[in-house]
Design a binder for this molecule. Structure first.
Ligand code: SAH
Ligand code: SF4
Ligand code: F3S
Length: 456
């Protein structure tokens, strides 16, 4: 068998795409290998979101060129493929900067990998079309043994692309316009996953709560409706979705957090900043108070929900006062976790051309302070779990013999002492202590309705 090494950078959509490319290449006789050394095909699935992400790709490509050369000297032919968002954004420029690259394939063209690889025999090829055809219809179904090897939690892309055009963001350009997969296609994928043992699905999309896919009845289905239907698939115990935009959190979706036991009490809802002036300049289409009110409604529906966000510090024109608004918002909401980034000017985005770019030292200082507050709230959220009973989905063997590791409904890593339970089971656990990145608990029974404890 030929060997392929796939390395994905960036968001969950890339993780999913990487898996689907492995599925396609599996049909072509490739098996996956964990290291680039010895591989016949090396595929980098890249991210263009910040400059650093792009630099990483070129550094990596330098190393791969050396591997390709060394393997060539031993008589082994090695092909290098660049896929993902850098492929889409930079196209043939990648091969000008790194001539060892054989094929550049964009995120909407990778279903054509087999033909493209054949074409790339002896010459360089670029395919960054954003075609109208739905690539998902061309992807082979993932094999049950592959699903089992990937574990009991799985991503399913339900939506792609974005029409929001936040002033800092490349996604609308690298992933194209918003597109929702039809419900029937998603359901058959979820059914296959569940049959192979998946219990926890995360429905993903760059703007997932804008989902508006064609239902089997011909009507347009919302994300809430899709979640209710996915919850009916036997075996699926947990449903999450990411990433959402505040503007698309409709009443039905909020209600699903109250009414649907499978809807997990975790929501990643990026706000980016706390200052209305900056939010407007970012073209986020909401104010800080609109976001606060929205969080209020979500917490009314599901009081124990764990919230998370993304933040950008140092957007052009951000003053100290603007930044204080971000800190204030973080302290008011009390996020269970969050990601935060220094603003990175991206070619072709409106914010890159703005005056008043913020000096690096100022960004460093703001990021440091913000991350301190985020970490404080994360630790507080975790510490408040001690003494509580939660359902833990067991995902794998633990760090030490006799331990198992899993996830709480709030997406926290939990370690329990157990050697009798099986991966994929959901057990009730009393949380006894926390460390920086995990909760530790003792098993106290089988799954119960998580909402009972909220009422208690
Ligand atoms: N669709 C999601 C996020 C996509 S990108 C949303 O709407 O929020 C993931 C995160 O990267 C963003 O939430 C943002 O915080 C960050 N990001 C995007 N562009 C960036 C840039 N130019 N500089 C720094 N961070 C950026
Ligand atoms: Fe980027 Fe904004 Fe779209 Fe999120 S909503 S992907 S940040 S343009
Ligand atoms: Fe990066 Fe593309 Fe995802 S730019 S964050 S891999 S959509």
């Amino acid at each position: 068998m030929k060997k392929v090494h796939i390395k994905s950078f960036g968001c969950q959509m890339n993780v999913y795409d990487g898996q689907r490319m492995a599925d396609i290449l599996g049909e072509q006789g490739y098996e996956e290998t964990a290291t680039p050394e010895g591989a016949d095909l090396i595929l980098l699935n890249t991210c263009h979101i910040r400059d650093r992400a792009v630099q990483k790709v070129y550094t990596e490509l330098g190393k791969l060129r050396d591997i390709k050369k060394a393997q060539g000297a031993q008589g082994q032919e090695t092909k290098i493929v660049v896929a993902g968002c850098v492929a889409q954004a930079e196209g043939g420029e990648i091969q000008r900067r790194q001539p060892a690259v054989d094929l550049v394939v964009g995120p909407q063209a990778y279903h054509r990998l087999p033909e493209l690889l054949a074409e790339a025999a002896g010459r360089r090829v670029v395919d960054t079309d954003l075609p109208i055809e739905d690539k998902f219809g061309f992807l082979p179904a993932t094999k049950p043994q592959v699903i089992r090897a990937r574990g009991v939690s799985a991503f399913v892309t339900v939506q792609e692309g974005c029409d929001k055009f936040c002033a800092f963001c490349v996604v609308p350009y690298t992933r194209g316009a918003e597109f929702s997969r039809p419900v029937a296609q998603i359901l058959s994928e979820v059914e296959r996953l569940a049959e192979a043992g998946v219990r926890d699905v995360t429905l993903i999309g760059q703007n997932v709560n804008a989902y508006h896919g064609e239902g089997p009845d011909g009507a347009v289905w919302s994300l809430a409706r899709l979640m209710h239907r996915v919850a009916e698939v036997p075996g699926i115990a947990r449903i999450r979705y990411t990433t959402s935009h505040p503007r698309d959190m409709d009443d039905d979706l909020i209600a699903a957090h109250r009414d649907l036991p499978q809807a997990m009490p975790f929501l990643h809802l990026p706000v980016q900043a706390g200052s209305d002036r900056i939010l407007a300049a970012m073209n986020r289409k909401h104010t800080g108070d609109e976001y606060r009110r929205l969080i209020g409604r979500i917490r009314e529906a599901r009081p124990d929900i764990a919230l998370s966000s993304d933040f950008i510090v140092g957007f052009p024109g951000e003053t100290d006062a603007d930044f204080e608004d971000t800190i204030r918002l973080v302290d008011e909401i009390g996020f269970a976790s969050s990601y935060s980034f220094k603003y990175s000017p991206r070619p072709g985005t409106p914010a890159a051309d703005l005056d008043a770019q913020i000096p690096r030292e100022v960004m460093d200082e703001r990021l440091y302070r913000l991350q301190g507050r985020i970490e404080h709230h994360r630790q507080a959220f975790n510490a408040a779990m001690v003494g509580r009973t939660v359902d833990v989905l067991l995902e794998r063997a633990g760090r030490h013999p006799g331990q198992m590791a899993g996830k709480s409904p709030y997406l926290q890593a939990v370690q329990i002492d157990s050697d009798s339970d099986r991966i994929g089971e959901i057990v009730r656990v009393v949380i006894e202590r926390t460390s920086t990145n995990s909760l530790f608990g003792r098993k106290c029974g089988a799954q119960d309705d998580p909402r009972k404890e909220m009422a208690a």
